[in-house]
Write a protein that binds this ligand. Structure first.
Ligand code: FES
Ligand SMILES: [Fe+2]
Length: 377
């Protein structure tokens, strides 16, 4: 008997009836990644936070959104604006990463060009408007910004977007979400995960719960009803809870004493967008927002924010560690899944595999959209 087995030669093409994930190049090629930024990232509404992060005129915060840094600001009239964090002089990053505050304008730290809250160039050291160039020709670059149920979305591309309402119309659960009074929230905690994987390895993981039941998410399994996920054809419409569980937490018990609106124990609702997976999910006592963005062909970022009722008092009504614990543990587990999946995908022998038609139908649906968007002009 031979001591070594002959390697089996594998067919690399799946039958047409089988839905698959993508080719190795689609996960690993810098050229395809550049095309994804142009055709998908710049043509999708992306979640960047909640209105409570900039409630008053002059309030602003800086957020990394994939390869872009944005300044989300409320102008003097109270309108939300989203500026690319790029000085119009020589392109310096205008405001510090992750900074926030209240201001009457933005001053570039390099040569002190100064911009108004509406993005207009106000002053340039050493010259006057019209002396050497016209200031009105150098406003900050601006993204389209809109709000749905208290959450702020941006459109980074130069084309006119479909309205945010139109992009979210298929959810058809506005009334239920309004029951959570989603405008009346405040940030309790934020975690930023930098993940060594192509963004689509994480997207796939976010769109299925096939991996949840095999010991992958022991903490999540306490409150979450995994089987009900498979039946949820609108992946993300709600996060089903097990019988008797009130909310998403380590023990299924509430993590904040103040309810969101008229929500009841065990209730949940959400609305999500993809291919770049983002959106909020509401529970009786807190909400969680999720943002998946790319940082490069082999790196992505996942931002998770936890919100509680605006009147909830930290230390009295909630403990932010308790509010965030179950999702934080789950996010770290998912990060490990995504990174290890991407390690396998980078092998020269990786070929697209068969997706489970019922437990991975969320991925199948998302890749139909992905392929259409990539093929569009
Ligand atoms: S680059 Fe901003 S002032 Fe020079
Ligand atoms: Fe997971």
């Amino acid at each position: 008997m031979s001591e070594v087995a002959s390697p089996r030669l594998l067919a690399t093409d799946a039958p047409a009836s089988v839905k698959t994930n993508l080719t190795r190049a689609e996960y690993c090629s810098p050229d395809i990644y550049a095309k994804e930024i142009e055709k998908i990232f710049n043509r999708q509404w992306l979640l960047v936070g909640h209105i409570s992060l900039a409630p008053e005129p002059g309030d602003y915060y800086v957020k990394q959104v994939g390869p872009e840094s944005l300044i989300i600001a409320r102008d003097k009239q109270g309108a939300l604006r989203a500026y690319f964090n790029v000085c119009r002089h020589r392109g310096y990053r205008l405001m510090d990463d992750h900074s926030k505050g209240c201001t009457d304008g933005f001053v570039c730290p390099y040569h002190h060009w100064t911009y108004d809250l509406d993005g207009k160039l106000r002053t340039v050291p050493g010259t006057r408007d019209g002396q050497d160039f016209r200031f009105d020709e150098y406003p900050l670059h601006e993204a389209v910004c809109d709000v749905k149920h208290g959450f702020i979305f941006v459109w980074l591309g130069k084309e006119t977007p479909p309205s945010l309402n139109q992009a979210l119309a298929h959810w058809n659960n506005d009334e239920q979400i309004q029951g959570f009074e989603p405008e009346r929230l405040k940030l309790a905690h934020r975690e930023i995960y930098t993940i060594n994987a192509n963004w689509k390895a994480m997207l796939e993981n976010d769109l299925e719960c096939y991996h949840c039941s095999h010991g992958g998410h022991v903490s999540l399994a306490i409150a979450c009803h995994f089987q009900a996920f498979y039946a949820d054809k609108q992946n993300g419409q709600h996060f089903p809870l097990r019988e008797g569980m009130s909310t998403f937490s380590m023990d299924g018990q509430r993590v904040s004493k103040k309810s969101l609106g008229a929500a009841e124990n065990g209730e949940s609702a959400g609305f999500l967008l993809w291919p770049f997976f983002c959106g909020p999910v509401f529970f009786v006592d807190h909400a969680v927002s999720l943002e998946l963005t790319p940082l490069g062909v082999d790196k992505c970022q996942f931002i998770c924010e936890w919100y509680v009722h605006e009147d909830a008092v930290e230390g009295e009504d909630y403990d932010k560690q308790k509010v965030s614990k179950v999702f934080h543990i789950t996010n770290m587990e998912d990060q490990a899944f995504g990174e290890r999946n991407y390690q396998g995908i980078q092998s020269s022998r990786f070929v697209p595999g068969a997706l489970h038609p019922r437990r991975e139908d969320g991925i199948i649906a998302a890749y139909e959209v992905y392929r259409q968007m990539m093929a569009a002009d």
